[in-house]
Design a protein around this ligand. Structure first.
Ligand code: SD4
Length: 321
């Protein structure tokens, strides 16, 4: 089986550890500075698309957009794009943002019927004087830009929603499929950083709810002088602590990415004692150092560089019991 097929299948089967040992294609430029990091095991297949661009001397911006589009288009991932679990009214509403090396940013929130919110976010960044479009306005803008209307609610997600309706209990749970936004941050061979973050948000959320993922500074932040960070997990807590911005600012003050992620997670832990919810952070410095932290065990991230494509466990700040 070709490596890419293997990774895809491994990811779908949850065999992240096997894919973790798989070398790239043996033809990588060992001097390449490029690195791509993304959240959860679906990051492995997303990283393949990003890596192809980085290895062709493409930009980190193009890489992160192409990478997360893989996850958005895959109906098996029920927390991003097509097949995302709907809100409590049965509507699939998507949040996404993107940020480039110039500190430019674009974002969409509460967007329906569009398979690739990340690409709409990029259009907001590049084609408008704005940063953020939401709801119907964002959808109309997407159609104006040539995006097609797509019914995002798959049979499987509809069945899951109908099952949920029986009890209608809203309970954010740790480390299950309803917490697996894809956040991706990358550095390219020119030393430039960019990031992307895209999600259908919390499963069965209140209609109109927007999480951290499209909020610049919360779900994603990039500062090309310093580094980049992205978040997954319970967005309300990430927004209240401006998590990704905090991490990059701590790095600016001298913290390495791991220490910065730990401090950001600790800010949340301090407020809640031992929180029942999960939050995870990834960070990448301009020098290519990495940080990966979650509140509870179970948060995995995918890292691809010229050395390997690997799925790793993030350090958790609390133990499993
Ligand atoms: C949100 N951070 O909307 C997202 C949740 C998440 O997969 O990570 N979902 O709050």
């Amino acid at each position: 089986m070709k490596r890419r097929g293997f990774i895809k299948q491994s990811t779908l089967l949850g065999l992240g550890a096997m894919a973790a040992c798989t070398p790239l294609n043996g033809k990588e430029n060992q001097n390449s500075k490029s690195i791509v990091l993304s959240t959860w095991n679906h990051g492995l297949s997303a990283n393949v698309a990003a890596w192809n661009i980085l290895q062709a001397k493409g930009s980190a911006l193009d890489a992160v957009e192409a990478g997360v589009r893989i996850t958005e288009a895959n109906p098996a991932f029920t927390s991003v794009g097509l097949g995302g679990l709907p809100d409590r009214d049965g509507r699939v509403t998507l949040d996404a943002c993107i940020m480039n090396e110039q500190g430019e940013a674009g974002s969409v929130a509460f967007l329906e019927n569009i398979m690739h919110p990340i690409s709409v976010a990029r259009k907001v960044m590049e084609e408008t004087p704005h940063v953020m479009l939401v709801g119907e306005g964002a959808e109309k803008f997407a159609y104006d830009q040539g995006f097609k209307k797509v019914d995002l609610l798959t049979k499987e997600s509809e069945i899951a929603w109908k099952e949920w309706l029986k009890e209608s209990e809203y309970k954010p749970i740790i480390n299950v499929e309803n917490h697996d936004t894809i956040g991706m941050i990358a550095i390219d061979d020119y030393g430039n950083l960019s990031g992307a973050c895209t999600t259908s948000g919390l499963a069965f959320k209140q209609n109109g709810r927007v999480g951290d993922s499209p909020i610049i500074g919360a779900g994603l932040f990039v500062d090309n002088e310093i580094g980049a960070a992205t978040a997954t997990g319970l967005g309300e807590e990430v927004i209240k602590t401006v998590g990704s911005f905090l991490i990059v600012e701590l790095m600016r003050q001298g913290a390495n990415p791991q220490a910065a992620c730990e401090e950001a997670a600790n800010r949340i832990i301090k407020k809640h004692g031992k929180p029942k919810f999960q939050v995870g952070y990834l960070a990448l410095s301009k020098k290519g150092e990495i940080g990966a932290v979650s509140i509870h065990p179970g948060f995995q991230y995918a890292i691809t560089s010229s050395k390997s494509a690997t799925l790793k466990d993030a350090k958790s700040m609390l133990s499993s019991d």
